[in-house]
Design a protein around this ligand. Structure first.
Ligand code: AMP
Length: 178
């Protein structure tokens, strides 16, 4: 499938969830079997053959691509979840939102020191969410071998922010405007 066809499977919703935002809705991509498969295969392509122990996927849409990639690349799956969702002891990283603060949590036994992990989410915009998870992975003394997204918003600083930290960033589709 050509990349333009894949991009066309994403629906853009202007003004959601608030004025000025061009929301890139991946649920329409998920509806199309071929588009979903193509997206996952393209996300996996640059990472094949690399030693990766675990994928760290970000709640909630990151779980969809994270699980598919874990199966495709043959590695385990770690869930980075919102507060109050994980039943056992966790490590957390807080990050600043437009109004207030949020945090993501990972079970303390989910990643071992020295493991090689790959960060996965559906989309990177400002990079605030991914940046927090990078810090969380650092706190486990694991090695981050890259970050992969289905969609990158190229006018926003997320990709540069991760690259400045020395992280290899991969994405399948990019869009202008955030
Ligand atoms: P950020 O922390 O700004 O990089 O935002 C990343 C998270 O917010 C991702 O998990 C996305 O699901 C969601 N997100 C941010 N901006 C958009 C957008 N324009 N369209 C769809 N999802 C978005």
């Amino acid at each position: 499938m050509k990349i333009d066809r894949l991009k066309a499977s994403i629906t853009t919703v202007s003004g959601y969830p608030k004025p000025g935002i061009e929301f890139r809705d991946i649920t329409s991509l998920l509806l199309e079997a071929e588009a979903l498969r193509e997206c996952v295969l393209r996300m996996a392509a640059p990472l094949r053959g690399q030693p990766i122990d675990k994928i760290v996927a970000i709640e909630a849409r990151g779980f969809i691509f994270g699980a598919a990639l874990a199966m495709e690349l043959g590695c385990g799956l770690v869930l980075a979840r919102k507060p109050g969702k994980l039943p056992r002891a966790t490590r957390k990283a807080s990050y600043v939102l437009e109004y207030g603060e949020d945090s993501l949590h990972i079970h303390t036994d989910a990643i071992r020191e020295g493991e090689r992990v790959l960060l996965v989410d559906d989309l990177i915009a400002t990079g605030g969410t991914a940046d927090a998870v990078v810090s969380l992975v650092d706190a486990f003394a694991a090695t981050l071998c890259g970050a992969v997204f289905a969609v990158a918003l190229e006018d926003l600083p997320g990709m540069a922010r991760l690259r400045e930290r020395g992280i290899a960033v991969h994405y399948v589709m990019s869009f202008k405007g955030g």
